[in-house]
Design a protein around this ligand. Structure first.
Ligand SMILES: Nc1ncnc2c1ncn2[C@@H]1O[C@H](COP(=O)(O)OP(=O)(O)OP(=O)(O)O)[C@@H](O)[C@H]1O
Length: 364
């Protein structure tokens, strides 16, 4: 187990930045999820941590020791990929054994290690089967046993669940979190699925175009996104955005646009007036009401019934799509006029020029 530090990592391919000035520390025993859209540099980062690729500049440290120039073998990091890499002609036991072949351990020690790893991921009864005799989930568990049997300093998982069907994905997700909490191995998990990230990570690092946009606990990332990108990327359905300006009258701050004038309360009440601002509000923090009340005028575009709730997708006054989560079974004709209310203290304000959260007198 190790504390993994990335110091100002840069990786370019033919002059193009795949990773830019990445500074990040993954604590010993932590499960960090790297989240971001395709091409943002997640796999490149993982390859550099594993030693399969070298940074153009910057340093990688394990427990304070610079390993930037060390081979993958010397780093003792285990990687599990999308489809489990098992030898088809070998039993599960022999597949797991392959990880210890060059370990220098005695036969007895190897047998004990295999038995322990198999027990940890519950594949003891499958040890004599070949990969073709195992289900997708069982194969993935054997691959995990193969990785943990080496007692690695850290685990790197690059989209290990993405090839599996939805039900299996859910159960393996819980299994992996459970396993990581039991063995407390430092784990970095790559995904572009924000629900996977939210449910698994002790912390989430959100990447975009080779840069780390924000790193924090799932609650932090969800409730206090620092950039417009993170605000829009994390959360299902995505956050709603309203454009306007911030004006100060009578010592109060107001969000103003042609269809709404709303007092800003809460932490952003101390922000400075500005010509262009974007207000972000989560769909489940909005309430629908009959047309004619005070708030945001909307026109129903479509309704999605999810069984436990409904998502009402509307056209906002400036043509933007606004989503409101409401009770299951909610109906309204397409084109119907509705209003939406929300508490401005629950909203976030962003500067569209910098794409960052607006400064307040408080923590930001
Ligand atoms: N060997 C390479 N040669 C040239 N460009 C590369 C190479 N590897 C990665 N890149 C580029 O670096 C950027 C980051 O790629 P990377 O694979 O790290 O992204 P990713 O976030 O893992 O994407 P995905 O989710 O699709 O796997 C991309 O623009 C990619 O085209």
């Amino acid at each position: 187990m190790a504390r993994i530090e990335l110091r100002n990592i840069v990786r370019t391919f033919g002059g193009q930045h795949a990773v830019q000035n990445l500074d990040m520390t993954i604590e010993d025993g932590e499960l960090l999820v790297l989240l971001g859209p395709s091409g943002c540099g997640k796999s490149t980062t993982m390859n550099m941590i594993a030693g399969l690729d070298s940074p153009t500049s910057g340093q990688i440290l394990f427990d304070g020791v610079d390993v930037t120039q060390r081979s993958p073998h010397e780093r003792n990091i285990a990687m599990v990929f999308q489809s489990s890499l098992l030898y088809p002609h070998l039993s599960a036991r022999d597949n797991i054994y392959m990880s210890l072949k060059r370990s220098g351990l005695s036969k007895q020690q190897i047998e004990a290690r295999i038995a322990h790893a198999a027990e940890t991921v519950d594949v003891t009864r499958l040890l004599d089967k070949r990969p073709s005799q195992l289900s997708g989930g069982e194969r993935q568990r054997v691959a995990t046993a193969k990785a943990i049997v080496r007692e690695p300093a850290g685990f790197l998982l690059d989209e290990p669940l993405s090839a599996l069907d939805a039900a299996l994905r859910l159960s393996l997700r819980a299994e992996l979190v459970n396993l990581q909490k039991r063995i407390r191995t430092t784990m970095i998990f790559v995904t572009h699925d924000q629900i996977e990230a939210m449910t698994m990570g002790d912390r989430i690092g959100v990447m975009r175009q080779g840069r780390l946009e924000q790193i924090g606990t799932p609650t932090d990332i969800y409730n206090r996104p620092e950039t417009l990108f993170v605000a829009g990327f994390v959360g299902t359905p995505p956050m709603n955005f309203l454009k306007g300006s911030l004006e100060q009258t009578d010592g109060k701050l107001w969000l103003v646009n042609p269809s709404i004038r709303m007092e800003i309360k809460g932490e952003f009440a101390s922000a400075k007036p500005m010509k262009n601002v974007v207000l972000g509000i989560r769909p489940h923090l909005m309430r629908l009401s009959e047309a004619g009340s005070s708030a945001l005028p909307l026109t129903v575009y479509a309704i999605e019934q999810l069984g436990n709730e409904a998502i009402v997708i509307c056209d906002g006054p400036a043509g933007e799509k606004i989503r409101v989560v409401t009770q299951a079974g909610f109906t309204a004709p397409i084109g119907a006029r509705l209003d939406a209310n929300f508490d401005s203290a629950a909203a976030r304000l962003y500067d569209p020029a910098t794409e960052r959260v607006v400064a307040t007198d408080g923590a930001n």
